[in-house]
Design a protein around this ligand. Structure first.
Ligand SMILES: CC(C)(COP(=O)(O)OP(=O)(O)OC[C@H]1O[C@@H](n2cnc3c(N)ncnc32)[C@H](O)[C@@H]1OP(=O)(O)O)[C@@H](O)C(=O)NCCC(=O)NCCS
Length: 189
């Protein structure tokens, strides 16, 4: 049976839709692109078969929501989601990968993060969204700062890749802080 590619939230230039099994092919291609891969805290290469298995496994749980970032005409350009959702603390960790590098630096990562965080507060009823970025990822840090995340701290030398240790910056934003900074989103569905 074909899974429904349901759009959950539409922005001005992009939309987020539910991830389906067939998207795993794109995920593997994107994550294994060396330029993308070095921005992630996941230095190993993904394998398609294992990624399908992972997808099926995570469908059983309720600790994450995964979406594809699409242009408004339905072209998939990346992944975004909220994982490690903790029902008790009402928190979750935002992740994003614009896998199609032609779409970097055009404001779409910022828009996608705004929509995903709004969805997290409005529909997942979260209180706090966490974020993180490696020290060598200025684009990610810039977007996080522009969204208005609070820098909670830096975990020194947390990751080791290609013969070097990297610091990992941790961030959070609370629901009221987010809507103070982005009041135009408060009433949108
Ligand atoms: C990180 C990522 C999400 C950023 O999205 P993007 O669409 O490329 O960034 P945007 O165009 O929305 O930029 C938003 C802001 O960041 C700034 N920015 C973007 N790229 C930058 C860079 N390389 N260096 C410094 N600032 C940068 C922009 O100037 C913009 O700020 P401004 O509006 O004040 O000018 C995207 O590049 C990506 O997915 N990269 C690969 C995977 C990754 O790094 N994921 C995050 C892992 S934590």
């Amino acid at each position: 049976m074909k899974e429904e590619k349901k759009v959950i939230i539409r922005g001005q230039r992009i939309q987020l839709r539910k991830t389906v099994r067939e998207d795993m092919e794109l995920k593997v291609r994107w994550y294994n692109d060396p330029e993308v891969n070095k921005t992630l805290v996941l230095p190993e290469k993904l394998e398609l078969k294992k990624t399908y298995e992972w997808f099926e496994r995570v469908q059983q749980g309720d600790s994450r929501e995964d979406w594809i970032i699409e242009t408004l005409d339905g072209k998939a350009i990346g992944l975004i989601g909220i994982k490690e959702i903790n029902e008790n603390n009402k928190s979750g960790l935002l992740y994003i990968v614009i896998g199609d590098k032609n779409y970097w630096g055009k404001g779409l990562g910022y828009e996608a993060e705004l929509l995903a965080i709004h969805y997290g507060f409005k529909h997942l009823k979260l209180h706090r969204v966490l974020g993180g970025a490696l020290e060598n990822n200025p684009a990610s840090i810039a977007v996080i700062n522009k969204i208005g995340f609070h820098h909670d701290g830096t975990s020194r030398d947390e990751y080791f890749a290609d013969g070097m240790y990297y610091d990992f910056h941790r961030y959070s934003i609370l629901e009221d802080e987010f809507y103070q900074k982005h009041p135009e989103l408060k009433e949108r569905p």
